[in-house]
Ligand binder design. Structure first.
Ligand code: BG6
Length: 505
C-alpha cells in the first residue's frame, strides 16, 4: 500500500508496549492511519515492555482486542489487520538495562540495511512519568538520538509535577537532545474542533474584527467528564484536577481562543503566540485565590441508577484526601486584546455529562429599536465550540419568529462536523502520531509553554496547599460540581453554559 505522502520509512518503538495507552489509543490510532493510507509505505512498530507474551502473534492478538474495543472504525478489522499487524513485534526487555539499548541499536541498523535508507526512528515513552528521565538518559548515552533530523522522542503527560520539576526535566532533556526532537503530548491539541479554532479564527475575515474586549463580554471553557478517577487513584492522588486538566488541556484551549494571529503556520510561530498568552495571564495574588477559584471533590452517590463510591473511598486514595476532582477558576489576560474579559474555566470528574465546550459570549447590543415584546427572549450573540462528544461550531443570533408580529428569538447557525463529513472524525492520537512521523511539532508542547503553564497555576497550588478544604466532599456525582462554582460566575452576573442532551440551551 503506497503512502499518500511518500513518507520516509519509519521505526516506531513503543516503550510501555503492553500498557493501557498502547492498547486503547496508540495502536487503534496507528491502525486507522494505516487504513487511510497515512503511514509510510515501510514501517515497523516495536513494542517493548515487561509483560511476557509467548509470541508476537499473542501480542498482536492482544492489540487486536484493543482495536476491536476502542477503534473508531471497526468494519475493516478482519480484512486489513493481518497486513498491518505483520509489521508489529514485541520484546520483553528491561528499559533500565544497557543491553536493551544495544538490541535497539542493532534492530535499527538491520532495518536501515534491509530498507537501504536511513529511517525515521521514534521512541514513544508510554511509561510511568518517573521512568522517563532514566530512559531518555539511556537513549542519549547509547547515542540513539544523536541525529536530531531523524530521531524523535514522544513524552506523555504529566510533564513535571510543578514548575520546579518541569524545569528540571526540561533541563535534563535540553542537555541531551534538541528541542525539535522532543514531542510533549497534550492530546487535546489533536482533537478536531480544537484545531478548527485556528481555522475558524485565522482562515475567516469575519471574526477577527470583533475578537477582542470591545465586543466579547466573557469566555467559558468547560471540560466535564462523566467518569470518576476509575483505577487511577494512585496517580490522581499526586495530581488532582488542577494538574491533571487545567495545567495542560484547559490552558491550551484558552490559548487557542486568545492567541494573536500567527504570521505563518510554522510550529514555533504558533507556539510563540500561545506562550505569549500564557505569559499574559494575570498572576492571581495569594489573597485572591479563594475569591477566584473553587475546588471540589465528589462524594458517593448515584449515576444513572448505579451507586458509586466517593473519591475518598476509591482504590489507592487516602480516606482523608484533600485532592480536588473539580476546579473552577476565573482568569484574566493582561493585554490590549483581552483586558478585563474574564475567562471562566471549569473541569471535573463525575459531572452530569461528558462535554468539552468553549463559549464566547459577545456583549449586548448598545440599543434595541425593537418594541419591548419583540425582545423578551433576546440573548446576546454567542459562539460555541463543542469539542466533544459532538464536534460542532454554533453561532447564536436573533431571528424573527414566524408570524404576523415582530418577535425575536435566538437561533443557531451550525457547522456539524459529522454531518458535513459523513461521520469522519479522526481521533486526536491519529493526528498527533501522524505529526510525529512527519516531524511536525506544531501541536506539541514546547519546553517554555509547559513552564509558562505551570507558572499560571502555581499561585493556586500554593494557596490551596496552605489552606486545606474543610467542606470536602462537596459535590455529588451526576451534578455540575459544587455550588460555589455557580456562585463564582453568578457574582459577575453570568451562569455556566451546559449544552446537555436533554437541555440544549
Ligand atoms: C487526561 C487526564 O489527560 O485527559 C484524564 O489525565 C482525563 O484524567 C482525560 O480523563 C480526558 O481526556 P478526554 O479526551 O477523554 O477528554
Amino acid at each position: 500500500m503506497a503512502s499518500k505522502k511518500n513518507l520516509v520509512p519509519t521505526i516506531l518503538f513503543i516503550f510501555g508496549g503492553s500498557g493501557d495507552l498502547t492498547n486503547r489509543k496508540l495502536v487503534p490510532a496507528l491502525y486507522n492511519l494505516y487504513l487511510e493510507n497515512y503511514l509510510p509505505e515501510k514501517f515497523v512498530i516495536i513494542g517493548v515492555g515487561r509483560t511476557t507474551f509467548a509470541s508476537d502473534d499473542e501480542y498482536r492478538g492482544k492489540l487486536l482486542e484493543g482495536v476491536k474495543q476502542f477503534s473508531r472504525t471497526k468494519k475493516e478489522i478482519d480484512e486489513q489487520w493481518g497486513d498491518f499487524s505483520k509489521n508489529i513485534t514485541y520484546h520483553e526487555l528491561d528499559l533500565t538495562a544497557d543491553e536493551t539499548y544495544s538490541h535497539i541499536t542493532s534492530w535499527i541498523n538491520d532495518k536501515a540495511k534491509e530498507w537501504n535508507v536511513k529511517p525515521i526512528v521514534i521512541f514513544y515513552l508510554a511509561v510511568a512519568p518517573q521512568l522517563a528521565p532514566a530512559i531518555a538518559t539511556k537513549l542519549s548515552e547509547q547515542k540513539l538520538c544523536i541525529d536530531s533530523e531523524s530521531t524523535r522522542m514522544v513524552f506523555e503527560k504529566p510533564f513535571g509535577h510543578d514548575l520546579q520539576s518541569a524545569r528540571e526535566l526540561n533541563q535534563i532533556l535540553g542537555k541531551m537532545f534538541k528541542e525539535d526532537q522532543i514531542y510533549r503530548i497534550d492530546h487535546y491539541l489533536g482533537k478536531e474542533t480544537v484545531q478548527n479554532i485556528l481555522a475558524f479564527r485565522f482562515a475567516n475575515t469575519l471574526f477577527e474584527p470583533v475578537w477582542n474586549c470591545n465586543y466579547i463580554d466573557h469566555v467559558q471553557i468547560t471540560a466535564a467528564e462523566a467518569v470518576g478517577v476509575e483505577d487511577r487513584g494512585g496517580y490522581y492522588e499526586q495530581a488532582g484536577a488542577l494538574r491533571d486538566m487545567v495545567q495542560n488541556h484547559i490552558l491550551q484551549l484558552l490559548c487557542m481562543i486568545a492567541m494573536e494571529a500567527p504570521t505563518s503556520f510554522d510550529a514555533n510561530e504558533i507556539r510563540n503566540k500561545k506562550v505569549d498568552v500564557l505569559n499574559a495571564i494575570r498572576k492571581i495574588n495569594p489573597e485572591d485565590v479563594h475569591a477566584n477559584t473553587v475546588r471540589g471533590q465528589y462524594s458517593s452517590g448515584w449515576i444513572k441508577g448505579k451507586e458509586v463510591v466517593g473519591y475518598r473511598q476509591e482504590k489507592n486514595v487516602n480516606p482523608q484526601s484533600s485532592v480536588e476532582t473539580f476546579v473552577a477558576a476565573k482568569f484574566y489576560i493582561d493585554n490590549w486584546r483581552w483586558q478585563n474579559v474574564p475567562f471562566y474555566i471549569r473541569t471535573g470528574k463525575y459531572m452530569h455529562e461528558k462535554t468539552t465546550l468553549i463559549t464566547v459570549h459577545f456583549k449586548e447590543a448598545p440599543r434595541y429599536a425593537f418594541p419591548g415584546e419583540a425582545v423578551e427572549t433576546w440573548r446576546p450573540n454567542r459562539l460555541t465550540f463543542s469539542i466533544q462528544p459532538e464536534a460542532n461550531i454554533k453561532m447564536r443570533f436573533q431571528a424573527k419568529r414566524p408570524g404576523p408580529n415582530m418577535i425575536l428569538n435566538p437561533v443557531d447557525m451550525v457547522f456539524n462536523q459529522k454531518e458535513e463529513y459523513n461521520g469522519y472524525e479522526p481521533e486526536a492520537y491519529e493526528t498527533l502520531l501522524e505529526d510525529v512521523i512527519e516531524g511536525n511539532p506544531t501541536l506539541f508542547m514546547r519546553a517554555d509553554q509547559v513552564e509558562a503553564a505551570w507558572k499560571v497555576i502555581t499561585p493556586i497550588m500554593e494557596a490551596w496547599a496552605n489552606r486545606q478544604p474543610v467542606d470536602f466532599p462537596n459535590y455529588s456525582p451526576d451534578s455540575w460540581g459544587p455550588e460555589d462554582a455557580e456562585a463564582l460566575i453568578a457574582r459577575d452576573g453570568h451562569n455556566w453554559v451546559s449544552l446537555t442532551s436533554k437541555n440544549k440551551e
